[in-house]
Design a protein. Structure first.
Ligand SMILES: Cc1ncc(C[n+]2csc(CCOP(=O)(O)OP(=O)(O)O)c2C)c(N)n1
Ligand SMILES: [Mg+2]
Length: 657
């Protein structure tokens, strides 16, 4: 590969970037122009991807963590010949209806491995991808899974707190197939990085156990040597600090934050063309440059074809392909149904966190590609089941992740595990710390990734640990997020149903909000149907006309049932609706919803803030819940103190009717 050709390959990225940003009159030219050389070397000399088969399971993964540099990714895809990234897409960067969104959005164009833009998420998601690769490699062998995960990260990604969690985790796990190329340009939006950081990033990575290499990001052979060196040590991940000039080529603006997030302007663009020796008009790429880039695609295609032949006949690969296409879950519904039957007969009194572990025993025994984990709360979240072993450097075939005290890193890694393909991840922490995961949970929902968050200790019911640990507003705040199912099961049967729905979900993440305290089995009549799938259902119907409908979730369903008994003794007909998932209930037909909610006055019972209950309750209603933070005391006293009791429900009912 002659340097002249590689220069032009890189200049094509620069030209497409500055012209597209200019046409859109918005966007970020600096980063793609600065990292064009690094990206060109990486793709030209190393990466195996096949634009004609973008989901090929053993492709190398490329994550643009610095998502504002989206034109780098779109230019690469256009030049490589991804069929859905023609010049029309580039010309219409950032416009309605085009795939070239402001930041790379998973699912908009093929080959976008993950949504990036919220800084720090990409590098942390990539850690999950790299874990998945090592796990599957250990399980299925080199013939089936044997690839690399490359990341381009900016200064911003490395400043974000989540990067610390990700880097620490990757170093400890010895993720030798992970290579991070840092756009070490010493510029962020406000100016030089000396305004805001004094961290020795290379020392930070080294301290976490990474191999660290430093290189001139515009010296292509040096970049190639660095990548070769990175790949030669598979025992640990590698950081390649690429000293680069932001906006490289723009004579008056390069090296300054002026190129970060604004069009260069027609005049500067003309000067840049001259400086780079790129005489071609806007959106014009000479054939020889296209053919050089298409050569990379051809190499990838050949690699993909060789893999297909190899992988199909590799021993044990049937399980790999079943995990990829989702058929690994085929036996789940039958297993859950028979388990539910036994539960209804046994009627155990257990915390729903315990019920979750019991259900997981069934799930994990049936679905071989479940990967569990917890952010250092395994014994509290009850996420570990029999036979699972911890994933580590020495046990890469392990299927349980000790994420450490890194909630946000865990959530991002789960996104990466799912995005990699073939893995169904779940991970636990306390529900109060959902806030610590939120940036990554939001991406699970936005991307439509069916990962499962096991959030235990879900209310004041956790008792003595007090208000810092007692979720009050988390359930409402998660319900406010589009495309996520927030489950709060009332007993062991509903918990099993939640797990069935979570594992069978294809495009929606699930949050399971689970109690610390024991709860009786309320569903003592077995139904083969998954009642939780409807989001809410009538748990206790009245004999005659309903006088009042009590709607509750989770641990408060028991309270509502007790209140209904007390009301019955006073001749008042109270129906009880269990509402484990508002989102699924909202998706039901109007007729069903009307039938469940009835026309009698309604009372909502949930040990949380009221926000979000309005739609279920309507006007003639009352709500029994929390309107302050909790307190530190034994749980039964807290329920009394905050007035979330059967007697309070009875009083509210009598006041209403
Ligand atoms: C979580 C998050 N915070 C803030 C931003 C806004 N933002 C976008 S780019 C950027 C600066 C990034 O600096 P760097 O990664 O060095 O990129 P460069 O300027 O070198 O292109 C900021 C603050 C963001 N996208 N995500
Ligand atoms: Mg920078």
């Amino acid at each position: 590969m002659s340097n002249a050709t590689e220069n032009n390959m890189a200049n094509a990225i620069r030209a497409l970037t500055m012209d597209a940003v200019q046409a859109a009159n918005s966007g970020h030219p600096g980063m793609p122009m600065g990292m064009a050389d690094v990206a060109t070397v990486l793709f030209n000399r190393f990466i195996n991807i096949d634009p004609s088969s973008p989901k090929w399971a053993d492709r190398d993964r490329f994550v643009l963590s610095a998502g504002h540099g989206s034109m780098l990714l779109y230019s690469l895809h256009h030049l490589l010949g991804y069929p859905d990234m023609d010049m029309d897409q580039i010309r219409n960067f950032r416009q309605m209806g085009y795939r070239t969104a402001g930041h790379p959005e998973y699912g908009h164009a093929t080959g976008i491995e993950t949504t990036t833009g919220p800084l720090g998420q990409g590098i942390s998601t990539a850690v999950g991808m790299a874990i998945a690769e090592r796990m599957q490699n250990a399980k299925f062998g080199d013939d089936v899974v044997d690839h690399w995960t490359y990341v381009i990260s900016g200064d911003g990604c490395l400043m974000e707190g989540i990067s610390h969690e990700a880097i620490d985790m990757a170093g400890h796990m010895g993720l030798g197939r992970l290579i991070v190329m840092w756009d070490d340009n010493s510029i962020t939006i406000d100016g030089g990085t000396d305004l805001s950081t004094s961290t020795d990033q290379q020392a930070r990575f080294a301290a976490a156990g990474w191999q660290v290499i430093s290189v001139d990001g515009h010296d292509k052979d040096a970049v190639a040597s660095a990548i070769t060196q990175a790949r030669s040590d598979e025992s640990r991940p590698t950081l390649i600090a690429c000293k680069a000039i932001i906006g490289f080529g723009a004579p008056n603006k390069q090296g300054t934050s002026a190129t970060h997030g604004a069009p260069l302007g027609d005049e500067e663009i003309a000067l840049t063309r001259a400086a780079l020796g790129w005489p071609h008009a806007a959106f014009e790429i000479p054939d020889d440059v296209y053919s050089a880039w298409h050569g990379i695609a051809a190499r990838g295609k050949a690699a993909r074809k060789a893999w297909e032949t190899r992988a199909k006949t590799a021993p044990g690969s049937a399980e790999f392909f079943a995990a990829l296409d989702g058929s690994s879950r085929d036996g789940l519904s039958a297993a859950i149904t028979s388990y539910k039957k036994q539960l209804s007969a046994d009627a155990p009194k257990v915390a729903t966190r315990k019920a979750s572990q019991m259900a997981l025993e069934v799930v994990n025994a049936t679905v071989p590609n479940m990967v569990g984990g917890s952010a250092d709360l395994t014994g509290s979240n009850l996420t570990l089941t029999s036979g699972m072993t911890g994933f580590s450097k020495d046990n890469p075939a392990g299927n349980y992740l000790y994420y450490g005290v890194r909630e946000h890193g865990m959530a991002a890694a789960m996104n990466g595990l799912w995005l990699h393909g073939g893995i169904l991840p779940y991970g636990g922490t306390f529900l109060a710390f959902a806030d610590y995961c939120r940036g990554a949970i939001r991406l699970s929902a936005l991307m439509g990734l069916p990962v499962t968050y096991v959030m235990t200790h879900d209310s004041i019911g956790l008792g003595e640990d007090g208000p810092t640990h007692q979720p009050v507003e988390q359930v409402a705040s998660l319900r406010a997020m589009p495309n996520i199912n927030v489950f709060r099961p009332a007993d062991a049967v509903e918990t099993a149903e939640c797990w069935e729905l979570a594992v069978l979900s294809n495009a929606t993440p699930s949050v399971l909000c689970l109690s610390r305290q024991g709860l009786p089995t309320l569903r003592t009549d077995h139904t083969a149907d998954n009642l939780t799938a409807k989001g809410a259902y009538v748990l206790r119907e009245t004999d005659g006309k309903r006088d009042v409908t009590l709607i509750a979730t989770g641990s408060e369903v028991e309270i509502a049932m007790n209140a209904a008994e007390k009301l019955a003794a006073d001749g008042i007909n109270a129906a009880v609706v269990s509402a484990p998932c508002f989102e699924l209930f909202a998706a039901q037909e109007t007729g069903y919803r009307r039938q469940v909610l009835g026309s009698a006055p309604r009372i909502g019972v949930e040990a949380m803030v009221k926000q979000g209950w309005g739609e279920l309750l309507g006007d003639n209603s009352a709500f029994i819940g929390m309107n302050s933070f909790g307190a530190s005391a034994p749980a039964p006293q807290l329920y009394e103190h905050f007035g979330i009791t059967a007697d309070a429900v009875v009083k509210a009912a009598k006041d209403l009717i």
